[in-house]
Design a binder for this molecule. Structure first.
Ligand code: AMP
Ligand code: MG
Length: 322
């Protein structure tokens, strides 16, 4: 059994995996009444819920603590106070159980969990609040083929939702509004495999001030921003010759984005993998799942050797497990 801990931003989670099978995946999200994440507050949240979720995961998986072989920790990248909260908890448990810790890069975990639904060598379209990246394996590492040049796609959507006076998270509400919208042409910015949302942001706000229909704006936002992402992902697939696409991140819960990915994959005879929602959003099953693969490749360290890496890049990690 590998026990995984997710802690990089707003979500604290505990997952348990055995031979690729997910036995538990419990989580709790730090939410705010108003505004975004305050890192130190989110870290406090993590400390408060950690023990409860740990016990809940063990109960859900119906295992004994002594069956835990190692602890996988999402030690990078993320908000330092949140990562510290996770590290402290992982160290405490690892010392008590006398097991080692496997340091797992959060973005890589989003990619590896694609294996649980059948992918083997995919391009990952990672579309979350803060992160927007197109990642695939090449020459010993997971490389970032494309990414946002300004803000993450989820933060972009949330910002426009906030502008409309809607609460957080804005994504699901924009998706609802978009159902009855019509298309308005908007700035479409893609440079190679990189995307940018600031021009789109400004234009949307201007059109809203001019009194344009909110449903049309929501619809056109989705059509434009998601087309950019799908185009970049398709370029990465063409460039690398890979014929699998995996989705990850909170924005990947959007059914229009999923539909666009499915159409693109069908058109180029590629396979499309979209994990279930509990595995798309930040979760610890993906940490445990990736941790198990890494552990099988001999990667694990004594607790005192583990540190957090808030700014670790996806391609900083040497991938010796594939
Ligand atoms: P994450 O950062 O991966 O936890 O994802 C959170 C982000 O996903 C937020 O920016 C949400 O607004 C966004 N999100 C969640 N559900 C949807 C949806 N159905 N459509 C678009 N964005 C969404
Ligand atoms: Mg994430």
């Amino acid at each position: 059994m590998i026990l995984g801990i997710e802690c990089t931003a707003h979500t604290f989670g505990v997952g348990i995996v055995n031979k690729g099978k997910i036995l538990a995946n419990v989580r709790d999200m730090y939410v705010t009444e108003f505004g975004g994440i305050v890192p130190t507050e989110s870290a406090k949240h993590h400390k408060n819920v950690a023990e409860k979720l740990y016990q809940e995961a063990i109960k859900t998986a119906s295992i004994k603590e002594k069956e835990i072989l190692a602890i996988a920790l999402s030690n990078a990248p993320g908000l330092a106070p949140c990562l510290f909260a996770g590290l402290d908890f992982a160290k405490e448990k690892a010392k008590k159980l006398k097991v080692k810790i496997i340091p797992v890069n959060h973005c890589i975990a989003h990619l590896e969990i694609g294996r649980s639904v059948g992918s083997s060598d995919p391009v990952l379209l990672y579309a979350s609040g803060a992160n927007t990246q197109i990642i695939a394996y090449a020459a010993g590492k997971y490389r970032v083929f494309g990414e946002t040049l300004d803000i993450g796609v989820g933060n972009f959507i949330d910002k426009f939702a906030r502008h409309l006076g809607l609460g957080f998270p804005g994504g699901p509400q924009i998706e609802q509004l978009a159902r009855n919208g019509k298309y308005i042409e908007l700035p479409y910015t893609i440079k190679g495999m990189d995307v940018s949302f600031s021009g789109l942001q400004t234009k949307l706000q201007q059109l809203h001030k001019q009194g344009k229909n909110v449903e049309d704006l929501a619809f056109s936002l989705q059509e434009t921003a998601f087309s950019m992402l799908v185009e970049a992902a398709e370029r990465a697939m063409a460039h690398t010759g890979k014929n699998e696409l995996v989705l990850g991140g909170g924005v990947a819960c959007n059914s229009r984005l999923q539909e666009m990915c499915r159409i693109m994959c069908n058109e180029r005879n590629a396979k499309f993998f979209c994990p279930e929602k509990p595995l798309l959003v930040d979760n610890a099953a993906m940490t445990a799942f990736t941790g198990e693969i890494m552990h099988n490749a001999g990667i694990s360290f004594p607790p005192e050797k583990i540190e957090i890496k808030p700014r670790e890049r996806t391609d900083d990690v040497k991938v010796i497990w594939r």
